[in-house]
Write a new protein. Sequence first.
Length: 220
Amino acid sequence: MRKALLALITIMGFVYIFLIPEELLGAKIVFKLVPMTLIILYAATNTSLVSPLYKKIVVIGLAISMVADAAIYWFMAGLATFFVAHLFYIAAFRSARRKSVPLIAAIPLVLYGLFMAYWIAFPQIGSGDVVLGVAIIAYMAVILLMGWEAIRTRLPLVIIGAFLFICSDSFLAIDRFVTPLPARDALVMVTYYAAQVFFAASIGSQFVKLSPDKEKTISR
């Protein structure tokens, strides 16, 4: 069943991205939500090997993300809803956190956040749209914190998913505020759906203890 769900997610994602015209807004929103509905079902049917709490919080995060998918057509509403979804992902990843990760590992995330703030958020503030600029900075902070907490889980599926989510949101921000991107829908949505699939699949990740003081993470 789970393999069939992955196939359906791929097919319906393709239909939404490449076959539904932008002019049909109602149909576009409906078909956008179908892959997320299937991803939530995929997560719900996945055996929880991290913890039941982790599975519950990830599923809630996926559900809120699905709401945000529709709300993003009204940009600020979508941004706020995705912000809440990331808070749930952060909580889930913290519940699955293993051994500590050196803070130096966070430097690339911090540098990337500063660069994106300078490139995208500060020009909005400079042009007088302070609320939008501050909202973008707050959102970048929460998604980068999500990425950091993903790294601290040491779960490969979570880390890949977080990286893809950051890429998806970066493509969206660049297209909206800097310059139109060729194949924008494909860039944004393929990375977005893939990120959510990785989060859903991470529910089946497990930890294998190698010794009393050493732990290795493997993915199932």
